[in-house]
Design a binder for this molecule. Structure first.
Ligand code: GUN
Ligand code: FE
Length: 430
């Protein structure tokens, strides 16, 4: 691939607290990787093809580290429910539909197109208990060229009889899925026990063996709500915290990422486990508001050195764009500060760092617009209006709050222009 130069207003994270803004800057890209980001273009690049995005913003693409692919079709319904009613009345019946591969194909092709539209190029996805549907999603992600971890969902108890596996069957399917999908370098398998209340100890121990045998990581829901944490303890009385179940059953032994959604009520054991295993917690502000799970103590956890990324958690969350979760994380942190003594809010720059740098950290060279990183990037309308002057950081803030996919003017994945509709046409052939 030849060298190309992109010009525009470049914004990425400098530190957790600070954005780096380069007005009218240049990004030199070669073979999908950023060679240089600069204010003044060196003479040696003067004859190279230049794509000038004028006063638009160039920012890193987003990472969505917790999303349920099958729940794409249930966005924005059942939102009057709390977690368990939402699962039983809406989610389990909906997920059961994916036993039909034709249904899975139709939904997953639209979902993958929507990820591209919304600028989420790095993903960690739940699926369902169905092998074929899960395989379809894997192949579509691969065809689209996205970066992802995904796995077959494990649940063998406390689930409806129309949507549950026998323990051995669940383990056998999971192992087959791992074996058949281990070799891809961009889309990778990950263990996906739904959450402790739907997984027996025998199942957890079996998954622990798979973690070791295949060196894979794990994603799950951890201390998502008080009711969930209490139920997990009741089911696993030998462990006095949700996190210990995963550690004791061996699920954290693989070298793949350990991705924990929500982590709203972490106790000392969860904090130790997150640090010791380099776990990443995923804040999903829409979802935890919708099912009234609570508000993650983001500022407090960050001060303790724990790494937090963002997730849409669709369909617990109702909107796929991670930039909106950036806004929502900032918003609800103010509620936490307001209502809970000792808690602090976070700022926009913090939430963007979580979405870009922390989210990208479980992938290879992703999340920053800096030399050596992949050019996974979005070009965004500057959102400046004539009546009211805003600077470039304000423009990005405005995009996070009121923008949508129509404001994403261009998308680059591994240095290549990517068009969601063109990808969709290819997905329909899978
Ligand atoms: N806990 C167990 N399953 C789910 C799910 O599908 N969504 C959310 N938000 N929490 C869960
Ligand atoms: Fe979830």
């Amino acid at each position: 691939m030849a060298i190309k130069v992109y010009k525009g207003n470049i914004i990425s994270s400098e530190t957790f607290d600070k954005l780096r803004v380069i007005e009218n800057g240049y990004i030199v890209v070669e073979d999908g990787f950023i060679k240089e980001v600069c204010q003044n273009l060196k003479d040696e690049y003067k004859d190279v093809e230049l794509i000038d995005y004028g006063n638009k913003l160039i920012v890193p693409a987003f990472s969505d580290l917790h999303m349920h692919a099958p729940q794409y079709t249930q966005r924005g319904i059942g939102m009057d429910c709390l977690l368990f009613d939402w699962l039983n009345n809406y989610t389990f019946p909906q997920e059961a539909n994916y036993k039909d591969p034709a249904y899975a194909k139709s939904v997953y092709a639209r979902l993958v197109r929507e990820f591209i539209r919304q600028g989420s190029f790095q993903l960690v996805l739940y699926t369902t208990i169905h092998y074929e549907a899960c395989d379809i999603l894997f192949r579509m992600l691969k065809e689209a060229g996205l970066y992802a971890y995904t796995g077959l969902v494990n649940m063998d108890m406390n689930s409806p009889d129309y949507y549950v596996d026998e323990t051995k069957e669940s383990l056998a399917k999971t192992e087959k899925f791992i074996v058949e999908h281990l070799e891809d370098d961009k889309v990778k398998p990950i263990l996906t026990p739904r959450f402790a209340p739907t997984c027996s100890k025998e199942l957890m121990l079996g998954l622990g063996e798979l973690a070791k045998k295949y060196d894979v990581g794990v994603q799950t829901h951890l201390v998502e709500s008080r009711a969930e944490a209490a139920w997990a303890r009741q089911l696993y009385p030998e462990y006095d915290s949700d996190g210990l179940i995963y550690e004791a059953c061996g699920l954290l032994q693989g070298s793949g990422p350990k991705v924990f959604a929500h982590v709203i009520f972490p106790e000392a054991q969860e904090e130790r486990i997150l640090s010791q295993y380099n776990g990443i917690s995923v804040h999903c502000p829409d979802a935890t508001s919708n099912v009234t799970a609570g508000i993650m103590p983001v500022a407090e956890m960050t001060k303790k050195g724990l790494k937090i990324a963002l997730g849409s958690d669709v369909g617990g969350g109702h909107f796929l764009g991670i930039y909106r979760q950036v806004a929502r994380a900032t918003q609800i942190s103010k509620m936490k500060e307001f209502y809970e003594e000792g808690q602090e809010r976070i700022r926009l720059a913090n939430a963007l760092y979580m979405a870009w740098v922390n989210g990208g950290s479980i992938f290879d060279k992703i999340g920053k617009l800096e030399e050596g990183y992949r050019f996974n990037a979005l070009v965004i309308d500057n959102m400046l209006d004539e009546e009211y002057y805003t600077n470039l950081e304000d423009a990005l803030e405005r995009f996070c709050y009121i923008g949508d996919e129509r404001n994403i003017f261009a998308r680059y994945l591994d240095g290549k222009f990517i068009d969601p509709d063109e990808v969709y046409e290819r997905l329909l052939k899978i």
